[in-house]
Design a protein around this ligand. Structure first.
Ligand SMILES: [Zn+2]
Length: 246
C-alpha cells in the first residue's frame, strides 16, 4: 500500500491505532465511518456522502466493506463506490439488504425504522463479493457476528488487540446521546439473543481497543468485558422482535 497520503493524517480524522482512523462525522460520533488501511468501513447515512468523499478522496483505498447493511452504515455507500470506483463487500446474509438499500420487507418493520429509512437511507448498491469468518481485510481477521443483522461482521487484529465491531455493542446511550456501553436497541436488532452471543465471543478475544458503529472508541478492554459479562436479554421479548428481520 502507498502510505504517503496517510503520512500527514486524514482530514479531520482521529487516528485510533496503527492504520486505523475514525473519520469526522456529524453529529459527532453518532454514525461512525472508519478507514482501516486501504479499506473504508461503513458509510454513515446518505447525508454523509460529501463529507466522507472530502476526507477519503486522496487515499489509495481498495475496497469498501460494511459491518452490516443497515441504513445508518451504508447510506453513502452507493455514492462513494460510484465516485471512487470501489467494490462493495459485506456478509453473505446482508447482501439483499445492501443491494436494496434496506427496502426489502420495509413495510413489515416497526414505524420508527420506516421513518428513519425515509430520512436517512441512501440507494442500494450491487455487492461485488462477500466476506466470511477467517477472511483477511487490511491486516484484520473477519469475524461473523450475527444478531443485530444476519450477516453482521466484525474485524479483529490480534497483534495489538484492536476490534472494530459495528453495532454488536453501542458506546452511545440512545436515551441520552452521551457515551456509554449498551446493547443495540431491540427495535433495530432482529435477533438480540444471537447478538448477545456474538458480543460474548468478541469479549472472549480480550480486546484492548474497541471501535463501535456508534459512540467513541474505548481504550479500556476490561470495561468492555465487564459490560458484556453483565449484559442480558429478555428472552420472551426478544422472540417477538425476531418476527421481523432486516
Ligand atoms: Zn447502526
Amino acid at each position: 500500500m502507498n502510505t504517503a497520503p496517510y503520512a500527514r493524517g486524514i482530514l479531520g480524522a482521529h487516528r485510533v491505532a496503527d492504520d486505523l482512523w475514525l473519520l469526522a462525522g456529524r453529529p459527532r460520533l453518532a454514525f461512525n465511518v472508519y478507514v482501516m488501511g486501504d479499506v473504508l468501513v461503513d458509510a454513515g447515512t446518505r447525508h454523509a456522502d460529501r463529507r466522507i468523499l472530502r476526507q477519503i478522496r486522496e487515499l489509495p483505498l481498495r475496497i469498501h466493506v460494511l459491518t452490516h447493511a443497515h441504513l445508518d452504515h451504508m447510506g453513502a455507500s452507493h455514492r462513494v463506490c460510484q465516485e471512487l470506483g470501489l467494490p462493495l463487500l459485506c456478509g453473505e446474509a446482508d447482501v439483499a439488504a445492501a443491494e436494496s438499500g434496506g427496502r426489502i420487507g420495509l413495510a413489515d418493520k416497526p414505524w420508527p425504522v420506516r421513518v428513519a429509512q425515509r430520512l436517512l437511507a441512501g440507494s442500494g448498491h450491487p455487492v461485488d463479493a462477500t466476506l466470511k469468518q477467517g477472511d483477511r481485510v487490511a491486516g484484520f481477521s473477519v469475524l461473523e457476528v450475527p444478531g443485530h443483522s444476519p450477516g453482521h461482521l466484525a474485524f479483529w487484529r490480534e497483534e495489538d488487540r484492536v476490534l472494530v465491531l459495528g453495532d454488536v455493542v453501542f458506546n452511545l446511550r440512545t436515551s441520552t446521546g452521551r457515551p456509554g456501553l449498551q446493547l443495540p436497541p431491540r427495535l433495530l436488532t432482529p435477533d438480540p439473543l444471537t447478538n448477545l452471543a456474538s458480543a460474548r465471543r468478541l469479549a472472549a478475544l480480550d480486546p484492548e481497543v474497541v471501535c463501535f458503529g456508534h459512540g467513541p472508541p474505548l481504550l479500556d478492554g476490561e470495561r468492555f468485558k465487564r459490560f458484556v459479562a453483565a449484559a442480558s436479554v429478555d428472552r420472551a421479548r426478544s422472540v417477538r422482535i425476531t418476527e421481523w428481520s432486516c
